[in-house]
Design a protein around this ligand. Structure first.
Ligand code: FRU
Length: 444
């Protein structure tokens, strides 16, 4: 966020370079991506390369409060559910003048057999945020390009908030969106193009809000084609409006059409939240070989107390989700990727279990028509519209809950803390007909 970036920019690093230890595993996640130790934030460089899914993440092994310079941590998987840390686990470290302040968020693409990471480097002396690249042939060891930074100046028509390049290819040409801020301090994204990922031409703003209704800075923009439309989503900060935009820091999206000739993205005025839970930010998507659009996000919101920070680590990514558009083209839907069923162990059918703690409640309120997720009295709720049937898929891990309602029309992702993990009761009341439950213990 703009506020936070300001703090990062004027801060300086006086900590040690040693990785800290995890001192208590009570909240460690069992099947979500977490850091081996220390701090994790945005998912980066999501890609499929040489038979593996790659997830990089913003990583600071030296602290659980993210105070040290960020690096790219790295995990791989052949099936999107069983992940292992690569050796070394750090793919990109801040060791050059142009990134010594931090190897910040970016994306990765397969460029003719070379996995190419396109990332934000924070120049420690100038505080400038510029775009750099690094390449790898084995998908594990990266070499930074000698001509970095590949975007050596920030766009003159914006401020120096300029980060999080996301690259894709269309008709043989590389395109890149970068998060930026207009001179009037409104969030926007800017567009570049290139033939070789090394020389970039600035094409101007891709979406530029005339006022600050969509936040003062856009971070982690993603722009992609899905089911006949173009979608732009980004992380920002929007003033709360009733049930909407309740978090400090959230992902919102626009749907529209992009013309590659004129480079104009004409989109609907309205924008929506990608997720309606307590903790969801800095999402990134990629297209996999099965032609799916898959997303991971950082389960975070700002101003929240994440209890695991006292245990020597912080934060988790979401489970991978497949994106699509609703049949009327007006909303992005997210469903868990099919592979998550591989985690299923013992099955419980129609066997409600007792719950002790009441810190977490998920219910559908028939009176208001809202799906409600209550975490220690802090409520997030979504109007489900007029529905005849409610279908919920709920993923619980040691310290998170992700709810997918009615085939991904609504999702809610939140962290929660209960030691030990509470048992769960599933029930329906007040004359609801035809209720079916199915529950599985998920393997680690
Ligand atoms: C989003 C963000 C990005 C930045 C990164 C730094 O959470 O602020 O804009 O590149 O985190 O870790």
């Amino acid at each position: 966020m703009f506020r936070r970036s300001l703090i990062l920019l004027i801060g300086f690093w006086i900590g040690s370079n040693e990785a800290i230890n995890v001192t208590n595993s009570r909240y460690r996640q069992n099947y979500h991506i977490i850091a081996p130790t220390g701090w994790l934030n945005d998912p980066n460089g999501l890609s499929y390369f040489n038979g593996n899914y790659h997830v990089f993440f913003q990583y600071d092994p030296t602290s659980s409060n993210g105070g040290g310079p960020k690096q790219w941590g790295h995990v791989t998987s052949t099936d999107l559910v069983n992940w292992k840390y690569t050796q070394p686990t750090i793919a990109l470290a801040p060791d050059q003048s142009y990134d010594v302040g931090g190897v910040w968020t970016g994306s990765a693409v397969n460029n003719n057999g070379e996995l190419t990471a396109i990332y934000t480097g924070l120049h420690n002396n100038t505080g400038e945020q510029l775009v750099n690249i690094a390449t790898s042939t084995d998908g594990v060891t990266f070499t930074k390009y000698s001509g970095n930074p590949v975007v050596p100046t920030q766009p003159i028509d914006g401020t120096n908030q300029f980060r999080d390049p996301k690259v894709w290819k269309y008709n043989g040409v590389w395109y890149m969106v970068v998060g930026n801020q207009s001179k009037k301090n409104h969030g926007r994204t800017v567009l570049y193009q290139s033939d070789d990922l090394r020389q970039w031409t600035y094409l101007g703003p891709l979406a530029d809000e005339p006022d600050n209704r969509v936040g003062s800075m856009w971070e982690c923009p993603n722009f992609f084609y899905i089911n006949g439309k173009h979608v732009l989503f980004m992380g920002t900060d929007v003033e709360r409006d009733g049930d909407h935009f309740a978090n400090q820091g959230l992902n919102v999206y626009f749907i529209g059409d992009f013309n590659y000739e004129t480079k104009v993205f004409s989109h609907a005025v309205d924008f929506y939240e990608l997720d309606n839970g307590h903790d969801f930010y800095a999402a990134q998507m990629f297209q996999d070989p099965k032609n799916r659009t898959i997303l991971f996000a950082w389960m975070n919101s700002f101003g929240t107390n994440f209890e695991e920070m006292q245990d020597g680590w912080a934060h988790t990514l979401t489970v991978p989700r497949q994106l699509r558009l609703s049949s009327d083209g007006s909303r992005v839907q997210m469903i868990p990727v099919d592979e998550l069923t591989l985690l299923r162990g013992t099955e419980y059918i129609n066997s409600p279990i007792e719950i002790e703690g009441h810190d977490l409640r998920l219910y559908y309120d028939k009176q208001t028509g809202k799906l409600v997720l209550e975490r220690t009295k802090d409520v997030r709720q979504v109007d489900m519209g007029s529905i005849m049937q409610l279908n919920l898929r709920i993923f619980l891990d040691q310290s998170s809950i992700e709810v997918f309602a009615n085939d991904g029309n609504v999702t809610m992702s939140s962290r929660y803390y209960k030691d030990p993990i509470p048992t769960i009761t599933l029930f329906a009341e007040y004359g609801v007909a035809n209720v079916e439950f199915q529950a599985f213990r998920l393997n680690n």
